[in-house]
Ligand binder design. Structure first.
Ligand code: A3P
Length: 371
C-alpha cells in the first residue's frame, strides 16, 4: 500500500494550506528554489511506510490517559502525545532529514508559538519585505513557515522540504530529548529558539483553547477546569509533562547556548525590544546601527504585537488548516495575550499546588517563573 493510500485525505487538504506558503511566501525569500511536488523516491516511500507501520504496531501497546484535544494521550518515550504527535515524532526520528542550518521555533503548546513564529519570520526576512505589504498582514503566522509535525505527516514528501529556502524555518512542540540526537540536537545540531511561559497561564490558555474554541474533538464531552488541572499537574498534557518539556530545553540551552536560545513569554512581554535584538543576534542577523536608528526593531515588535496581529482581517476571519481534521479559526490563536490571566480562573488551592509542583520540579535547575 502506498503512502498516498494511507494518508490520501489528509495530504490533499493539507496541501491546500501550504499552497499559499509555496506560492506567496517562498518565492519572495532569498536563495529559494520553488518547491515542486516532487515524485517521491521508492526509498523515501519505503522509509515512510516502515515508520508508519511501526507506529501502527506500537500505539496500542503504549500507556494511555485521558486526552485534551483527542480522546487519549499516549505515553511515548516519557512524554504524553496525541496519536498524531506520536506518529509525527516517530517520523521525525526515523525519516526527517535535518540540515544543520535549520532553525526551529520550539514551544510547549499555548506558550506563545504564534508570536514567536511571527517574530522569527519578520526578523529573519526583514530586508525582503516592505512593511506595507508584509506577508504577516495577510497570512497568519502559522502559515509563514511549516509546523514540522503536520508537515511530515501530511505533506507527502520530505524531498519537498529539501528545496525550501535556507535556512529552513520550522515550528515544533516535540520535546528536546525526543529529537534525533545525531542530526538535530547537540553541538552540531540545528538551532532552536525556545519560548515557554508560566505554567499557570499555559494551563488556563490551553483549557480555554480546547473548550471554548471547540478544538477538542466534537464527540468528546467538555473538559472541566478541575479535570484539566489534574491532568496538567500529573504531567498528562499534550507534549508534556510541561515541566519536563521546559527542563529538557533549559538544560540543553545551558550546555549549548549557541544552539538554543531560551526565552520566557513574560520577559518578551516586558522588554520586547531587548529580546527581539537578542533574537536577531542569536540567529546571526543582528540589527545594524542604521537599522536601530531607523526604528526597525520597534517596527518588528509592533508588527508582531498581539494588538496588531489580532486586529488584522486575516486573523479575525481566516482559518488555519493543520490537517484534514484539525482546522483552527485564526482568531482563536489570539485570546488575551496577557501575563497573569490565571488569576481570573484558578482557586487559591490550585495555585498553591501548581506552584509547589513547579518549585519541586525546577529545584536546583536555576530556572524560575515569576508569580
Ligand atoms: P492567552 O490564551 O493567554 O491569551 P500559542 O501561540 O502557543 O498557541 O499560545 C497562545 C497564547 O499566546 C494565547 O495566550 C495568545 O493570546 C497568545 N498570543 C498570540 N499571539 C500573541 C502575540 N502576538 N503577542 C503576545 N501573545 C500572543
Amino acid at each position: 500500500m502506498s503512502k498516498e493510500d494511507l494518508e490520501d485525505e489528509g495530504a490533499t487538504s493539507f496541501q491546500k494550506t501550504y499552497e499559499k506558503y509555496r506560492r506567496d511566501i517562498i518565492p519572495a525569500l532569498p536563495s529559494h528554489n520553488l518547491p515542486e511536488n516532487k515524485e517521491e523516491t521508492n526509498e523515501e516511500d519505503e522509509a515512510y511506510q516502515k515508520t508508519y507501520e511501526k507506529y501502527r504496531d506500537i500505539l496500542p501497546t503504549l500507556p494511555k490517559e485521558k486526552g485534551w484535544l483527542t480522546e487519549y494521550l499516549f505515553q511515548y518515550q516519557g512524554f504524553w502525545l496525541s496519536p498524531g504527535a506520536v506518529k509525527a515524532t516517530m517520523l521525525v526520528q526515523h525519516y526527517f532529514r535535518a540540515q544543520p542550518t535549520d532553525i526551529f521555533a520550539a514551544t510547549p503548546p499555548k506558550s506563545g508559538t504564534t508570536w514567536l513564529r511571527a517574530l522569527i519570520f519578520a526578523t529573519m526576512n526583514r530586508t525582503q519585505f516592505e512593511l506595507s505589504t508584509h506577508p504577516l498582514l495577510t497570512t497568519n503566522p502559522h502559515g509563514c513557515f511549516p509546523y514540522l509535525e503536520t508537515f511530515i505527516c501530511e505533506d507527502g514528501s520530505i524531498s519537498n522540504l529539501d528545496t525550501f529556502p535556507c535556512p529552513r524555518l520550522f515550528s515544533t512542540h516535540i520535546p528536546y530529548s525526543l529529537l534525533p540526537a545525531e542530526s538535530m540536537t547537540g553541538v552540531s545540531g540545528c538551532t532552536f529558539v525556545y519560548l515557554c511561559r508560566n505554567p499557570k497561564d499555559v494551563l488556563v490558555s490551553k483549557w480555554i483553547f480546547i473548550n471554548i474554541n471547540k478544538s477538542r474533538h466534537k464527540q468528546l464531552p467538555a473538559l472541566s477546569l478541575e479535570e484539566a488541572f489534574e491532568l496538567f499537574c500529573q504531567g498528562t498534557s499534550h507534549y508534556g509533562s510541561f515541566w519536563e518539556h521546559v527542563l529538557g530545553y533549559w538544560k540543553a540551552s545551558l550546555e549549548n547556548p549557541k544552539k538554543i536560545l531560551f526565552l520566557k513569554y513574560e520577559d518578551l512581554k516586558n522588554e520586547p525590544l531587548v529580546y527581539v535584538k537578542r533574537l536577531a543576534e542569536f540567529l546571526g542577523k543582528p540589527f545594524t546601527p542604521e537599522e536601530e536608528r531607523n526604528g526597525d526593531v520597534e517596527e518588528i515588535v509592533r508588527l508582531c504585537s498581539f494588538e496588531n496581529l489580532s486586529s488584522l482581517e486575516i486573523n479575525k476571519h481566516g482559518e488555519h488548516r493543520f490537517n484534514s481534521e484539525y482546522v483552527v479559526n485564526n482568531r482563536d490563536f489570539f485570546r488575551k495575550g496577557q501575563v497573569g490571566d490565571w488569576k481570573n480562573y484558578l482557586t487559591d488551592e490550585m495555585v498553591k499546588r501548581i506552584d509547589q509542583i513547579t518549585e519541586e520540579k525546577l529545584y536546583g535547575s536555576g530556572l524560575r517563573f515569576g508569580a
